[in-house]
Design a protein around this ligand. Structure first.
Ligand code: NAD
Ligand code: DAU
Length: 350
């Protein structure tokens, strides 16, 4: 039996990955390490929490001693590292959390893996899940390739870039078997409603203003979260040590076009007149340092490891909207309490 530690498994992408691994690999022991910050939610994993091959441990990756004691006890064969502070706006208002969790936390995991594997690291793997934001911002043309120079421009992306560099450095200097992937914007179920798609679905449903940053001209490349989880599975098992793989959907949308599409779909689903939800659009002060465009060239992953995205965007977006409409209780539970204060700080003064 293999033991795989997944960090950040109670978050958005992590919970999809835990579900995939617990169901697909009954012979693996999946240990989910998560601090349960505002973004971590065990309700995301209700359907697998009693599975015999699954275990949850509440731990902060910044706590080096605790992390080492877990690694020492479980002797994992693989680590898939997703735990992070992940929201760009929060990194602008409070960069330090990002530096602790994303940089120091990653270093602690690398040190713990190095200590327990020593020079017997054959067949082991440290997989670091990263973002396309490390490459900076594109103009109208071009794509991020694995060879694109790093140019992070927000505290979030700078902290992720630092962690990528650390993972590569440990691979190079200490022969720690590692692999990195850099993915574009994910969408789907269980995403915390601070991110564009779930935030706007929730606001449309509740007839609340839709705060579009700047002119809504920024472009993102959207990928269904389950396709990201599938890519991680393939790279974890078949990727080459020391390599990097870009993951993306070839699916670029300006924010405003995406928001208009969401409004039209939701008018239909909520029985509103066409155009009614669009009236909620409200242009607000732009995000500081707002990256204009992200677009991923995922041809390496497609050619070498035969991964392709499975869902057309319109179909995925409909499915996603349906999920949030059907899971009102999940949304209401996380938008009570602290979320209200976050929302006020982030949007009321904009
Ligand atoms: P998320 O914010 O939904 O989840 C992050 C999880 O990490 C939460 O469960 C949280 O409790 C946990 N966590 C945070 N700090 C921790 C700490 N100090 N110790 C232990 N656990 C901690 O994030 P997400 O959107 O699921 O992203 C997961 C990973 O994927 C991140 O590394 C992110 O950079 C990367 N990524 C995200 C996207 C995206 O579109 N969401 C795209 C590409 C890459
Ligand atoms: O590209 C991958 C990255 O995608 C991940 O690494 C990050 O963890 C993830 O949060 C995401 O970053 P973005 O900043 O692109 O996602 P967000 O959902 O915050 O914003 C998407 C776009 O929508 C962006 O151009 C900002 C804009 N936006 C966002 C919010 C929350 C608005 O116009 N209004 C909003 O209220």
């Amino acid at each position: 039996m293999k033991t795989i530690i997944i960090t950040g498994g109670a978050g958005f992408i992590g919970s999809h990955l835990v579900r995939l691994f617990v169901n697909k690999y009954p012979e693996y022991h999946i240990v989910n390490i998560d601090k349960l910050t505002y973004a971590g939610n065990l309700a995301n994993l209700k359907d697998v929490e009693d599975a015999p091959n699954y275990e949850f441990i509440k731990a902060d990756i910044v706590d080096a001693e605790h992390i080492f004691s877990i690694f020492n006890k479980y002797q994992p064969d693989g680590i898939i590292h997703l735990a992070a502070e992940s929201h760009v706006d929060r990194s602008i208002s409070n960069p330090n959390e990002f530096i602790f969790t994303n940089i120091v936390g990653t270093a602690n995991l690398l040190n713990a893996a190095r200590k327990i594997w020593g020079d017997k690291s054959e067949g082991k793997r440290f997989y670091h899940v990263s973002t396309d934001e490390v490459y900076g911002s594109l103009g109208k043309n071009g794509f991020f390739k694995e060879s694109t120079a790093y140019d992070p421009r927000s505290p979030y992306s700078a902290s992720k870039a630092s962690s990528d560099h650390l993972v590569r450095a440990y691979g190079h200097t200490f022969n720690l078997p590692s692999v990195i992937s850099n993915c574009s914007n994910n969408y789907g179920s269980y995403q915390f409603p601070e991110k564009l798609i779930p935030l706007f679905i929730n606001n449309i449903r509740n007839n609340k203003a839709l705060p579009v940053y700047g002119k809504g001209e920024n472009i993102r490349d959207w990928l269904w979260v389950e396709d990201h989880a599938r890519a991680i599975d393939i790279i974890f098992h078949q990727g080459k040590n020391g390599d990097t793989y870009n993951i993306g959907g070839h699916n670029e949308w300006t924010n405003i076009d995406l928001i208009r599409l969401m409004c039209r779909i939701m008018d239909r689903k909520l029985g509103r007149k066409t155009g009614e939800s669009e009236k909620l659009i409200s242009y607000v002060k732009d995000r500081a340092g707002h990256d204009l465009r992200y677009a991923i060239d995922s041809s390496k992953l497609q050619k070498e490891l035969h991964w392709t995205p499975s869902l057309q965007f319109e179909e995925g977006l409909e499915k996603t909207i349906d999920w949030y409409l059907e899971n009102e209780e999940w949304m209401n539970n996380i938008t009570s309490g602290d979320y209200k204060k976050y929302y006020e700080d982030q949007y009321t003064k904009r």
